[in-house]
Design a protein around this ligand. Structure first.
Ligand SMILES: Cc1cc2nc3c(=O)[nH]c(=O)nc-3n(C[C@H](O)[C@H](O)[C@H](O)COP(=O)(O)OP(=O)(O)OC[C@H]3O[C@@H](n4cnc5c(N)ncnc54)[C@H](O)[C@@H]3O)c2cc1C
Length: 371
């Protein structure tokens, strides 16, 4: 894809920052010695970027800002998808939803800290008994009590939860069974969190549980003063799915480059392995998958929910496919722990699960195309 001068400048700035600063910070984040949050703050102050911001009315600037957001996610995912997930949840899902749907007062109270990477945000939908069937099986409930709501229940698999400070929590309203979102602070009495889970990948991103035990949430913390439909959650899920697809693309792009370069250098039987047609076949198929994925990732304008699901389904699988092919081309070396392709392959699998599993994307696509 040909980039214009502005795009090249932005791409180079992001790439330089990620391949030096983020790359250097990654081993400590992966081992758990460092949390991803100080780096969020650093990125926000040094790159001056925030995922949730708009770009005013100028159409050209808006298009550039949207492209830059996509590119930023790609550049992060090329280096450390786990960091990208923690950052994307705090800024994209927590702050992004408050920015889109919050009241003026909510925006003033919560956005500055979240957008500067100073406050850790979480987005809480999944529960122990409500994963793929998040809405119907939801048990977390809110009951109105004067100028407060009383929140009870628990959420699990929540990105950033063990260190979360602001939780956007979806709960069932007792009165009419509608789903509503509440902004809950860690400091509210009755909120507690569990220890970080030990996971296969995305190790730079802490994941865990959060519990609500008779938590009194002020009524003014009902997101957007209360939306009684699921459109808000659906829009949020569409945004999450697009973000996940972009991360899958970043992983695939980096793994493809590593495998291609390695194949040209690795000599076996007197030739670089890239001379062997069986290796060329693998590289060619990786490239085809990558170029198909690119179509979704750089799509301009708002994607429909159908296209967001189609893109997420396809590109998440491309991420896993290309990362595993890259391990294969690197042979035994690719299988060594802490090789970039080994880590990226473990991280890639999460993209097929989070934000709705492959099966849920397929079912949603089918529902839309048959409606
Ligand atoms: C690292 C990580 C971070 C996460 N971060 C967040 C977060 O920040 N916030 C949040 O709210 N959630 C988060 N999640 C949760 C994630 O969205 C859920 O794990 C996911 O939606 C699947 O739910 P589940 O794990 O309960 O699986 P289940 O729903 O129990 O599914 C198990 C299997 O059954 C299949 N299945 C389920 N229903 C059907 C059906 N109707 N037809 C066919 N197959 C079906 C699924 O596809 C899957 O293969 C995170 C998960 C992980 C692992």
């Amino acid at each position: 894809m040909e980039l214009n001068d502005s795009q090249l400048t932005i791409r180079d700035q992001y790439r330089k920052f990620m391949t030096t600063e983020l790359e250097a910070a990654t081993p400590a984040m992966e081992s758990g010695a460092e949390l991803p949050f100080p780096f969020m703050k650093k990125m926000s102050s040094e790159l001056g970027v925030d995922l949730a911001a708009g770009a005013g009315d100028d159409e050209e600037m808006r298009a550039l800002a949207s492209w830059a957001r996509t590119q930023l996610i790609i550049e992060i995912a090329r280096v450390n998808p786990g960091f990208g997930m923690s950052w994307g949840v705090s800024l994209g899902l927590c702050a992004g939803n408050i920015m889109r749907s919050g009241t003026q007062d909510q925006k003033e109270r919560y956005l500055p800290g979240l957008l500067r990477g100073e406050t850790v945000g979480c987005w809480c939908l999944t529960e122990p008994g409500a994963g793929s069937d998040a809405f119907r099986s939801m048990r977390t409930a809110a009951r109105r009590d004067g100028d407060h709501y009383i929140l009870n229940g628990s959420k699990t698999f929540i990105t950033n939860a063990p260190y979360g400070e602001v939780f956007l929590v979806y709960a069932k309203n007792h009165e009419d069974e509608s789903i509503q979102a509440f902004i809950v602070e860690r400091e509210f009495e009755g909120v507690s969190v569990g220890k970080p889970f030990k996971k296969m990948g995305m190790k730079s991103s802490p994941t865990g549980e959060v519990f609500f035990d008779d938590v009194r949430v002020p009524a003014e913390n009902l997101l957007g003063a209360g939306m009684r439909d699921r459109d808000h959650v659906r829009k949020s899920l569409a945004g999450e799915r697009i973000g996940i697809a972009i991360m899958g693309y970043g992983i695939a792009e980096r793994c493809f480059e590593i495998a291609r370069d390695y194949a040209k250098e690795r000599v076996q039987g007197g030739h670089a392995i890239s001379n062997y047609q069986l290796i060329q076949n693998r590289l060619a198929r990786m490239y085809v998958a990558l170029s198909n994925a690119r179509r979704f990732v750089y799509e301009e304008g708002d994607l429909s929910i159908l296209d967001a699901c189609a893109g997420k389904l396809y590109v998440a699988e491309v991420g896993t496919f290309v990362a595993h092919e890259a391990i294969h081309i690197l042979g035994g070396y690719g299988y060594l722990e802490e090789q970039t392709v080994e880590r990226l392959a473990r991280d890639a699998k999460l993209l097929e699960l989070g934000g709705g599993t492959t099966e849920i994307q397929v079912l949603t696509i089918a529902r839309h195309i048959l409606a």
